[in-house]
Write a protein that binds this ligand. Structure first.
Ligand SMILES: [Zn+2]
Length: 161
């Protein structure tokens, strides 16, 4: 994806109040992010483990969503990311919930998805990060990226409403 600036990132959020957008923790290492290998930018707030953020291009526009990371309760735990379909061992996948944009969000509606806990889907797809278990698929990287991008677009569409 195209490298993003902090101001472009802050301007992209669709499910935050102005105050939340001002306060949210944008990564301070943006220039070092592996942009050419990223299909979207995702990060966890280092100071607030329950907060995660995701910014992606969707239909030519930049869309950012704030996510709440459900704490891991053990027991029934999904191990496959619903975006990139990477299968993880351990705590590699978390349930993340996004408040919906606009009126629906103010009424308390949200959308959830199981996503790689470190939001590094793009790097798992490219074999740049190891999930501990590898499932060989017969489809190409381009197809995997397209599949992930379409899953992400569907998730973002639900958040935007
Ligand atoms: Zn993933």
């Amino acid at each position: 994806m195209t490298p993003l600036t902090e101001s472009a990132i802050r301007a992209a959020f669709v499910n935050c109040t102005k105050g939340e957008v001002t306060r949210l923790a944008v990564p301070n290492d943006l220039p070092e992010r592996p942009w050419s290998d990223l299909d979207f930018l995702g990060w966890r707030d280092p100071g607030a483990p329950e907060r995660a953020y995701l910014v992606a291009e969707s239909a030519g526009e930049l869309v950012g969503v704030a996510l709440r990371v459900a704490s891991q309760t053990g027991r029934v735990r999904r191990s496959m990311c619903s975006l990139c379909l990477t299968t993880h061992t351990g705590d590699g996948v978390s349930l993340m919930t996004a408040r919906k944009a606009g009126r629906e969000g103010r009424q308390g509606n949200s959308v959830g998805a199981y996503i790689c806990t470190d939001l590094a889907c793009s790097l798992y797809l490219r074999g740049k990060r190891n999930a501990g278990r590898r499932i060989d698929e017969s489809i190409t990287l381009t197809e995997k990226v397209e599949r992930t991008t379409s899953h992400l677009a569907a998730f973002l569409a639900k958040v935007v409403g």
